[in-house]
Design a protein around this ligand. Sequence first.
Ligand code: CLF
Ligand code: SF4
Length: 468
Amino acid sequence: MHEASMRHPCYNEDAHHYFARMHLAVAPKCNIRCNYCNRKYDCVSESRPGVSSVVLKPDEAVRKVLRVAEKIPQLSVVGIAGPGDPLANPEETFATFRGIMEVLPDVKLCLSTNGLLLPEHAETIRELGVNHVTVTINTIDPRIGSLIYGWVNDRGEILKGLDAAERLLERQLLGVKMMGEMGILCKVNSVLIPGVNDNGHLAEVTKKVKSLGAFVHNIMPLIISPGSEYERTGMQGPTPEELIKAQEESSGEMPLMRHCRQCRADAVGMLGDDQSTEWSEESETTENSRLYSPEERTAIQNKLEEEMLAKRQKLNGESACSSQSACLSAKPGNGGTQTADSKLRVAVATRGNGRINRHFGHAKEFLVYEVNGQTARLLGVRKVQAYCNGTASCDGEEGKQGILHESLELLKDCRILLCSGIGDAPSRILQQAGIMPLVRTGPIEETIIECAKYYQYFSTQSDQPCLT
Ligand code: CLF
Ligand code: SF4
């Protein structure tokens, strides 16, 4: 892991359990048209559709960073990722970065762009000390690009079809190369679009960007914005299995990011615990304008990094726990297709700190891990609707059954679900669907390995008792 990325929650998978990022929505304009985007205040390449309620001016954005740093000391990265393209709004983007460096020099700066104007602004990016740049590159074939991009506006020159895709690609690849030469860590994001850039094409993208100096590749599922061209033409996003297949095709070439949340342009907090809504409602007052404490931030972040590194060292060096008692609370379900010999998939509800600490009913996403012997590796993130909204009990309500069945469909390849609490009704339905819900609060990977081991053991026993 590169030293500069140690605390970056996107570039370092471990760091996303410990460190937070925030996005500043200072860049409303865009200079290309992606057919999956609706051009409203969010960038689908880096955020979820339909949401970035407010566009900030640079000075407002800088003050917001200070308030967030005070409340969330584990904030390690500040990024600009929209709602349009940051480099189509260079004055706002660079004024914001400059302002942040004056008041909070210990954060890492991050930028996410479609790449059209990356070569033009590369030198300024370097001068400002932006350490991490993401370029969204969905294809390296202009013919495929012509199916993804409606038009490109290159400083007033409007291009369409093949010409648009060729111009964009040329700038993206040059931009990635320049970032590598300047020592700026470059991540490439690609949106997996079934029927357009699947069937091995993204593996070609991985090879190409690696050869140009990119550091990590993030293959994300297509999210179609309401009102976008793709919505009109009935395009569909990939299934979890299609996404995993595309990621596997690319694996081995360079590090792959599998924990992306496709954040909003105004995201705040841990990747798995977005607080953008609370922060969009927060307003500036004298009371909340107290400056952060640099010493406190440094001490907290140093401690978090120590904890993160120690845990990784322990996981790399030690075999799975051999205690049986912790996991005996449910019998393996009967609906699964995985056998005792196969790799086992486990869904985890967490809101950070590397622990299982989210109630099933409050989970808006599950991390899905694959366990193979003594190792658990993250396969991806599955977003769901929360089963409970905090106003009622988890049990009973019929209206919630639809939500539960949607979650079950998304998690049907998992055999175990780990959460910090679950109601009787969802627990029963999960078991009927062949998913064993287990209530745990321990560290994620250790608990997964331990529970998977005993799931495998009991799967081979024909007449063992139900342990729920
Ligand atoms: Fe933001 Fe992007 Fe920087 Fe991360 S997000 S600008 S690199 S700080 Fe991260 Fe969010 Fe995925 Fe982006 S989880 S959408 S990859
Ligand atoms: Fe939308 Fe982002 Fe594409 Fe621009 S680059 S069209 S904001 S998805």
